[in-house]
Design a protein around this ligand. Structure first.
Ligand code: FE
Ligand code: FE
Ligand code: ZN
Length: 275
């Protein structure tokens, strides 16, 4: 089996997200550690975070997949933005310890004209500064669509970043189905995509899936998510993806254009496909 859920808002607190997930038929979820478009972070109430952990245990949840702010560009060409991003990253690693043992997913960054070769070491350096001894979080690099100057549009680019990190025990990958499709990986043959992932990165690094259909054709480099089964990837591919032996036990996060009722229906639909 897989765990499945969607993005929830932390504005009402952590335990509230767990209960909200249950209402939607979910047994994992994603949330932003702070305002996704800004930097301000609310204090975490340790008792509330602990209550969520207990709730997840009681209700057999899978691992959570927290998401870094979209604006966090660790390899910006502007030193102040780069510093701001690194400070957020370091702070988020501490904040994640209120919910021990979960995942923290981030977009590797955009090189904004500096070039891939020049910026990959900068991203790895940021990881080396944020990852600390004894931490329980696993940091996930997200596979990207290759829109603009995004880094992480191929498994090779992610592998190059991982190779430059010191503490690889705390590093994994989150595969976004819309992004890899837009980057040119045909997920209709999902096992072949996983074979390639295994050859380049190693399948053990695959920790979580962002499950999204795409509004655009293969290799479009656009990054526009569509509801499951209503885009260019299509229902048949997702039936194979969720039943692949190599992704069982992993959290699947929906980032599709839906309201609560839509997510509830989409989660139920995907569950009905589980073999
Ligand atoms: Fe993302
Ligand atoms: Fe994603
Ligand atoms: Zn996306």
């Amino acid at each position: 089996m897989i765990y499945i859920g969607n993005h929830l808002s932390s504005s009402k607190g952590y335990l509230a997200m767990g209960k909200e997930a249950t209402k939607l038929g979910a047994d994992t979820f994603a949330f932003f550690t702070r305002n996704p478009r800004g930097g301000q972070a609310k204090d975490i109430d340790p008792a509330d975070a602990g209550a969520l952990m207990a709730y997840m245990e009681e209700n057999s949840f899978g691992k959570l997949v927290a998401h870094a702010p979209y604006t966090m560009n660790l390899c910006s060409d502007k030193p102040d933005i780069r510093r701001f991003a690194l400070d957020m990253f370091i702070d988020d690693m501490k904040r994640m310890e209120y919910t021990p043992g979960q995942y923290y997913n981030f977009h590797p960054g955009s090189h904004v004209g500096q070039g891939v070769e020049a910026t990959i070491p900068v991203i790895a350096d940021a990881l080396n500064k944020a990852v600390f001894d004894g931490m329980t979080t696993t940091v996930l690099l997200e596979t990207m669509a290759g829109k603009g100057s995004e880094i992480g549009r191929s498994f090779e680019e992610l592998k190059q970043i991982i190779d430059l990190t010191d503490d690889k025990d705390h590093i994994g990958v989150c595969l976004d189905t819309c992004h890899v499709w837009d980057a040119g990986y045909d997920v209709n043959d999902f096992e072949k995509v996983l074979d390639e992932f295994d050859d380049v990165i190693g399948i053990d690094r695959l920790k979580a899936i962002h499950i999204n259909d795409s509004m655009n054709p293969l290799a479009s480099h656009k990054d526009r998510h569509e509801k499951i089964g209503q885009g260019h990837i299509g229902e048949e591919a997702f039936k194979k993806i969720i039943n692949s032996p190599r992704v069982q036990g992993k959290p699947f996060i929906l980032e599709t254009p839906n309201d609560d009722a839509g997510y509830k229906a989409e989660i139920a639909m995907i569950r009905s496909w589980m073999k």
